[in-house]
Design a protein around this ligand. Sequence first.
Ligand SMILES: C[C@@]1(CC(=O)O)c2cc3[nH]c(cc4nc(cc5[nH]c(cc(n2)[C@H]1CCC(=O)O)[C@@](C)(CC(=O)O)[C@@H]5CCC(=O)O)C(CC(=O)O)=C4CCC(=O)O)c(CCC(=O)O)c3CC(=O)O
Ligand SMILES: NC(=O)C1=CN([C@@H]2O[C@H](COP(=O)(O)OP(=O)(O)OC[C@H]3O[C@@H](n4cnc5c(N)ncnc54)[C@H](O)[C@@H]3O)[C@@H](O)[C@H]2O)C=CC1
Length: 162
Amino acid sequence: MEKLYPVMMNLNGKKAVIIGGGKIALRKAKGLAGTGVKIVVVSPGIREELFKLHDVVWKQKEFEAKDIKGAHLIFAATDNKAVNEYVCQCAEANQWVNDTSKSERSDFITPAVIRRDKFILAISTSGASPELAKELKIELENRYDNKLEYTVDMYAKRRNKK
Ligand SMILES: C[C@@]1(CC(=O)O)c2cc3[nH]c(cc4nc(cc5[nH]c(cc(n2)[C@H]1CCC(=O)O)[C@@](C)(CC(=O)O)[C@@H]5CCC(=O)O)C(CC(=O)O)=C4CCC(=O)O)c(CCC(=O)O)c3CC(=O)O
Ligand SMILES: NC(=O)C1=CN([C@@H]2O[C@H](COP(=O)(O)OP(=O)(O)OC[C@H]3O[C@@H](n4cnc5c(N)ncnc54)[C@H](O)[C@@H]3O)[C@@H](O)[C@H]2O)C=CC1
């Protein structure tokens, strides 16, 4: 695989479509929540917690190609790998797809994340071991504690004075 490029995205006003309404769909939606992105979930069934999330619109149906029209980000998160593969096939070349069941098929992947307001630490193994990314996150959570919010604000203030 080619090397991956890390980036922090401003998703305000963009559209993300998640195919599937289960555990992994919920995890991806939680990561997107609060970014200002419009989240559409396409799935015959949906977890209650996902349904209740802010900014989520649920289309109760099985996936069809037209469901990803106009989407900037697409998450193929069904428990059916053939459906996930079909989602990838349906995407236009200028759309970004994350196949949660097959990293090599993805245009982007989501890292393990530590967030302290403006401070964001993203940890990735380039898809090699999500489990390790999660373990490292847990290990680093104490090192980068809530105080960091204030440290960032302090540095930002000092910077703005210049
Ligand atoms: C490529 C990637 C694509 C993507 O999902 O974006 C991907 C892919 C896959 N994950 C799989 C399995 C598991 N994933 C987790 C957990 C997490 N997975 C996350 C990210 C990523 N997972 C991306 C790479 C990240 C990197 O750069 O390293 C985390 C970090 C963040 C997040 O989910 O947003 C989140 C931790 C959240 C946290 O911080 O707590 C666990 C453990 C658990 O759930 O507790 C397991 C079970 C153990 C195991 O299998 O290792 C499978 C097999 C599926 C199958 O069996 O079919 C695939 C498919 C494949 O490998 O091809
Ligand atoms: N990337 C990651 O971090 C991980 C990815 N996975 C992958 O994610 C997949 C999903 O896992 P879970 O969310 O736990 O499964 P789940 O069983 O909780 O949810 C599956 C969802 O897919 C929906 N679905 C099924 N067929 C569909 C169709 N044709 N169109 C639209 N929606 C459809 C179901 O209604 C259900 O809501 C797994 O099969 C696995 O391959 C699993 C673990 C971690």
